[in-house]
Write a protein that binds this ligand. Structure first.
Ligand SMILES: [Ca+2]
Length: 307
């Protein structure tokens, strides 16, 4: 059986690095590139850290591209600074130079070219805002036919969002951050006919990063990937942290862990609810992860990072 082609578009947060780490361990997929969108990060350390992680895993043939799109509502600096910390972790700095190539074209142009050149439709795994995808579709609308599906960590359907009112003055708390960064881009992607599978807060709220989990990964820290993952989770454990991006990523290898459900949805693009992914009859049909077998998920990632 041929492997599923996957193009990843992440945004340089802690769980984006861990998602790259999980994706590269999967035997079921063939990653054709990793794009970093400048959202939940500062872009230079985020691109650097992503390339160093690919080096650590011996995946030097997977190119990394830097998207140059811009969002509307920036992520908080407190989140974005994690990109500097991860880029400076000792385990990622044993070598003088980085082997994994950074392509010279922008991430959005790289997405267009990769899809045009792919021998078959490609799955897009998007663990940040949809701006790079929307931009690529604007550049070259015919690539829509080369996108098999979009797995997107984003949105909040029947639960509150995670854009806190205290941080973002005037917002009503209904938006999820990846959608809030650029609601216009979400709506643009919603206008296509590409199958969309959402890993929204509805499901991720049930899969927290717990001290018990971090201690489990600590017990296997003699494996470099577990050591790195444990350090990353220790960095974010003071926040209310969930397996957002990693949960979306694991779906590629083990869809049977998940139950999906269809919803009709619209995107709110302005005002106090901007970025809300709202369930509304007659709206755009998507599938969303409804439930996940949490224990099998935890076991799976612990197993994959035992290397
Ligand atoms: Ca992310």
């Amino acid at each position: 059986m041929s492997k599923q082609l996957v193009l990843m578009d992440c945004d340089g947060g802690v769980d984006d690095y861990l998602s790259v780490m999980l994706l590269m361990t999967m035997t079921q997929v063939q990653p054709i590139g990793v794009i970093v969108t400048p959202a939940d990060c500062y872009i230079e350390p985020a691109v650097s850290a992503t390339r160093k992680i690919l080096d650590l895993m011996g995946c030097h043939d997977v190119p990394v591209a830097e998207s140059t799109v811009r969002g509307i509502n920036p992520f908080p600096r407190l989140y974005r600074r994690d990109s500097f910390i991860v880029d400076h972790l000792p385990i990622l700095n044993e070598n003088e130079t980085i082997k994994t190539p950074k392509v010279s074209e922008s991430g959005q142009n790289f997405m267009v070219r990769s899809l045009q050149q792919a021998p078959e439709p490609v799955t897009l795994l998007v663990t940040g805002p949809l701006t790079t995808v929307a931009s690529a579709i604007e550049i070259s609308p015919e690539i829509e036919a080369k996108i098999k599906q979009i797995i997107w960590m984003g949105g909040a359907l029947n639960v509150p969002g995670n854009v806190e009112r205290s941080l973002e003055a005037g917002q009503d708390g209904s938006a999820e951050w990846n959608a809030y960064w650029d609601p216009i881009a979400v709506e643009r992607v919603w206008q296509t006919n590409i199958p969309i599978v959402l890993c929204s807060l509805d499901v991720t709220n049930n899969v927290p990063v717990t001290s018990a989990f971090v201690q489990r990964i600590g017990k296997q820290r003699r494996y470099p990937l577990s050591d790195l993952a444990g350090q990353c989770y220790a960095l974010v454990i003071p926040q209310d942290f969930y397996f957002w991006d990693v949960l979306a990523t694991a779906y590629l290898a083990h869809p049977e862990f998940y139950q999906l459900r269809e919803w009709e949805t619209v995107i709110v693009t302005s005002g106090l609810s901007q970025g809300r992914t709202k369930v509304e009859p007659g709206g755009r049909l998507i599938k969303a992860m409804e439930k996940v077998d949490t224990e099998r998920f935890y076991e799976y990632i612990l197993q994959q990072w035992k290397r």
